[in-house]
Design a protein around this ligand. Sequence first.
Ligand SMILES: Nc1ncnc2c1ncn2[C@@H]1O[C@H](COP(=O)(O)OP(=O)(O)OP(=O)(O)O)[C@@H](O)[C@H]1O
Length: 707
Amino acid sequence: MSEKTTSGSGGAGLSDSERLLFGGELAYDIGWDRHEGAWLRLGLWTMAKGLPRLVGTGVRLAHLADAHALRVVLGSEISRGISQAVGLVAVNGVLGHLLTDGTTKERLAGAVPALVVVALTALLGSLLRSASTAATGTLEPKVQRVATERYLGLVHRVELAAVEDDEFHRLLDAARYGADSARRMIRYCTNTLNSAISLIAAAGVLTILHPVLLPLLVLMTLPSAWSSLTISKQRYISFHAFVQHARAGHLLGQLLTQQEAAAEVRVHDVGPFLLGHFRNMAETSEREQTRLARRAARIGLIADGAGGVATLLTYGALGLLLWGGAMELAVAGTAVLAIRTGASSLDSLVLHITDLHQESLFVADYERLCREAEARAVPSGGEPLPERLREVHFEKVTFTYPGSGGEQPEPTLREVSLSFPMGKIIALVGENGSGKSTLVKLLAGLYLPDEGGGTIRWDDVDARTADRRQVFSRVALMSQNFFHWPFTFRVNVAIGESDRPIDDRAVEEAAAYSGADEVLAGLPRGLGTLLARGYRGGHQISGGQWQRVGIARAKYRKAEILIVDEPTSALDAVAEQRVFDQIRALAASTGQTIVLITHRLHSVRHADLIHVLKDGRVAESGTFAELMDEKTGTGTSATPTSCRPPRSTPPSRAVRRRPRRAARRGPHMTPADVLLLPATVPLFPGAVPLFPGDRHQWLHRDGAGLW
Ligand SMILES: Nc1ncnc2c1ncn2[C@@H]1O[C@H](COP(=O)(O)OP(=O)(O)OP(=O)(O)O)[C@@H](O)[C@H]1O
């Protein structure tokens, strides 16, 4: 197959194979990737202008984490700069004495005091550097912890609507790296500060020695700064081009060896096809690397040439000053030293600012996320709920999912009026997508009705003004997709009431209530068995067994209202009815309010009250007998739709949405990934996982093999 490549921004070295297989470059569509190349658009001046702001951010974070360590870093770095300047002046004194008239002995003796100062400043410089290094090392993990704690603390309190908002999630993706970036920013800030102070010290000494020396320093260092910046940009471009090809190649490698694809690879003879493209992409990548390496070499040469000319001009100017007697030899010697120190400080300053700038993009995201999370937090405080609740009443409640359905989103619930009397068993029945789960989320306080869209009253207290934490505390929710915590059986049940110490007896009682005691009996380490596959000692339980654990969790919570949202979707009609009957019987003994959700009316025929939902509205309400009665019922609930088979096929829109959203959110959304989050975080934002979900293979922008 012939292999053509294109170059240019966004498609550097893109091969026909990549175009054919992926329709373009294989880039992630996740939060942190959107900063790719942002700093490439920055020039020297813009970077310099932004420097105080960047250092300010680092200093603020460090101050929050450990003000004392910050003071040590700042004090050490500033003192180091001063001692460097004093050292340079002392060097000037040494040279002055050495180059004066007299015998060698006399000249050496004269230089001794200045030499002692040089030695002392060097010693002090070393001590200060180690103090700064130690304090920076102390600061880094603290900054990361403070930053991580802050965003996690804010994010877990935001409204559910924010969690479901894709834009918020993209921000969360990027901000996750912000906490790591904050850590790295501390080191880069210290390095930047260090280089800047060294540069200022050298420039200050030069100005004192002779006013013309400062422009000479600028003249000599500018080309070198330009070349540093240009070369580091080239490295960055090269890295991203490389990682893109490497990712694509890696994907093909995985497809060739993946179990799921194995049958088709053989029967359809996909192997040679993929292998051919793999080779083509690898060759394209190699060509791209060669091209970029040559380009970098050219830029290096140009920069070196410019630096050489500047050096020549600088030393020429120094020579002229000496020749004309405008400068003493000792001053010229010190000037050479100061210019060299200044030039190398400027070089490293450019590199550190570059690093700092890249990190700052993620820290800015982090700050934005924190602001957004604060703004979208579930409000704290509010009207207390009545101690002894009689009912929760929905009055003409309309609810629309934010961002659903384009410009004129359709409400999911329309003018719903119904009651949940306490101490009763209430069933919500309706076909897929009729709004049952949405309705109980409003009941649980996870959403509020639309503005002007009716009220939900807890007796006389409006849910809008109620203390939402109290609302949450009154409800135990076992939703369709309740979370399978990758923890032990004990914690999986007790996490329903995580703010009190775990009571093993209560865990066992809750397990007996839901039938999860049978699951428990089969576990190798009983309550302490880890319910997560893929981990040593981890045990896998079936979907049906998880459902029992979920009911036990909701039961353990001992909340006033127990909402059971289709826990039986994996069961057949008879089994579902058995589970509901069991819940009903047990509820009778505790007086708990139970809200059961199903689309099979017959499964809940013993409920005290049944609300039938249809297209987001209440079609009818009553007891089973009333609904089935030809005179009192509308007959809607007797239609075959409400007696449909379990919803395992076809899934609701809500369910169908999830994979799409998960895919958009990238590789970080599975429970296991959440658990393994620290390992999924790259060493720095420039590091990119080779493959989604790959927690081990990060590519480094300074990675070996690139240069
Ligand atoms: N987070 C969401 N964002 C946008 N739309 C949603 C969301 N969750 C559900 N919907 C939509 O709201 C409608 C009602 O969904 P809901 O899950 O409440 O119905 P349901 O009666 O519980 O259905 P099922 O029996 O299939 O679970 C569906 O059209 C669904 O696609």
